[in-house]
Write a protein that binds this ligand. Structure first.
Ligand code: ZN
Length: 324
């Protein structure tokens, strides 16, 4: 099979970096990974982890090296993607880091970058649950809540590339402190760690909950434990998920009135518990999104699961070089 146009998709995650050779069908042909030592500065991470892992993927692919046309990167943080600058990444503690210029220089290929959830939205658009859908919103729920908005077929970045930061929409003016510094963001209620926090609070008020039997110490309760307890029918866990759905619904109703998507595409680990928060989420949308026909918005699981980060970054590179 001829693979004339190939790109490298780079997924910069919590403590790992993955680089993959991805073809135009969104298939990962080669995958390399390495650990990142978060105690190192940005320069060292780029030179000693990111560049070598991309090099390894380029060298070790079974096709012609010359067929690799570009590199795409998904990065968790606020970026000026045109200039290749990461203004702030809470995960890496990066501030004003030039990311793409040293990589471009070392490898001699065009390098493009985008916020990780925004590039994941491009992956869904070309290869996943957004295929053939002109208006959709990706919502990734894990440690935080990220988003990507595709409107009339195009990913929206906005003036400062913050379009899609749906995790920081306020849904409770008196709510909990968010990592961004605001109070009551949806992320401060419905991200994995905040679902866990609410779960622990709810459990304190219900000594009968089976959650007490599932852990040695209350501090071990996380979103996954709450998911397992909900599967067992635990009332307290089910209530926490229902409340999660309600707040997500409030958030989504606002998004519906702003960009009117046909579909929300749910990714991230917390989306695995969707069966427990979806009914309340839908009910809340029905109640609050009054300017669209009822049930006109679908909520579905992401189409790309494993390798979604690399495939999304590859989709970005393909779009940038004009072949997708
Ligand atoms: Zn926030």
């Amino acid at each position: 099979m001829s693979e004339k146009n190939l790109v490298i998709g780079v997924d910069l995650g919590g403590s790992h970096v993955y680089a993959g050779v991805v073809n135009m069908k969104g298939e990962v042909l080669v995958k390399k990974e390495t650990d990142i030592d978060l105690s190192h500065n940005a320069d060292t991470i780029i030179k000693e982890s990111i560049i070598p892992v991309i090099k390894a993927a380029i060298e070790d692919n079974p096709f012609l090296k010359e067929n690799i046309k570009a590199i795409g990167m998904g990065i968790p943080g606020n970026l000026d993607s045109a200039r290749g600058i990461c203004f702030f990444s809470p995960n890496f503690k990066w501030r004003d880091v030039y990311v793409t210029p040293p990589i471009q220089e070392a490898l001699g290929l065009p390098v493009f970058m985008l916020n990780d959830v925004r590039s994941a939205a491009l992956g869904e658009k070309h290869f996943g649950a957004g295929k053939g859908i002109n208006n959709f919103v990706c919502c990734a729920i894990g440690t935080g809540i990220g988003g990507g908005i595709v409107c009339n077929g195009n990913l929206i970045l906005g003036e400062k590339e913050a379009a899609g930061e749906i995790g920081h929409i306020t849904v409770d003016p008196n709510g909990h402190l968010c990592g961004c510094g605001n109070y009551g963001c949806i992320e401060a209620i419905a991200s994995g760690p905040n679902i866990a926090r609410r779960g622990r609070e709810a459990m304190e008020a219900d000594k009968e909950s089976i959650l007490w039997k599932m852990v040695n110490d209350i501090s071990e309760v996380d979103a996954f434990v709450l998911f397992k307890a909900a599967k067992e029918g635990d009332k307290t866990a089910l209530k926490v998920w229902e409340e999660t759905g309600r707040y997500l619904g409030i958030c989504f109703a606002g998004i519906i009135h702003t960009v009117n998507p046909q579909r929300f595409i749910m990714g991230g680990r917390v989306a695995n518990a969707m069966e427990f928060f979806l009914p309340a989420l839908k009910e809340e949308i029905k109640k609050r999104a009054r300017m669209v026909p009822p049930d006109s918005v679908e909520i579905v699981h992401a189409g790309l699961l494993e390798n979604a980060g690399m495939i999304g970054a590859a989709a970005l590179a393909y779009e940038k070089i004009g072949v997708l």
